[in-house]
Design a protein around this ligand. Structure first.
Ligand code: AMP
Length: 121
């Protein structure tokens, strides 16, 4: 899948669309999800043009990869989740339900989040 430079997160990264920023470093940006699904719902994205998790893990540098994961922990700390716990989620492709074609990690917290998925019947 070719990277779409007009996707909503690319437009946030270039300042075309506003976001509620939580954290930023040279490789990463984190901001509140516009439709929160938990009391805390933050998205963490690399600044580089990567479509999804497969693309990111294949092409990102060691620095970019480390920065993305460290940013998640930083967001948890900033949002006061480190003690109570939280969930990190990455939707990939059609079965994963990925809507925005710029790789992103969801960070959820602020309440008990329950089971990961509905158990198989
Ligand atoms: P996914 O289904 O994993 O691709 O998740 C995409 C997420 O991006 C959804 O949770 C949306 O609510 C969120 N989203 C879409 N547009 C924006 C925006 N402009 N600012 C913040 N979050 C957004």
């Amino acid at each position: 899948m070719a990277y779409d430079p007009a996707n909503v997160f690319a437009r946030i990264l270039c300042g075309e669309i506003p976001c509620k920023k939580v954290y930023e470093d040279p490789h990463t940006l984190a901001f509140h999800d516009i439709t929160p699904q938990a009391p805390v719902h933050v998205l963490v994205i690399p600044k580089g043009a990567y479509t999804d998790f497969d693309d990111f893990t294949a092409r990102a540098s060691e620095q970019e990869s480390a920065a993305l994961f460290r940013a998640v922990a930083k967001v948890a700390e900033i949002m006061g989740l480190s003690g109570s716990g939280y969930r990190v989620l990455c939707n990939v492709g059609v079965n994963g339900g990925q809507e925005v074609p710029h790789v992103h990690l969801h960070v959820f917290g602020g309440r008990r989040l329950g089971h990961m998925l509905q158990p198989l019947e």
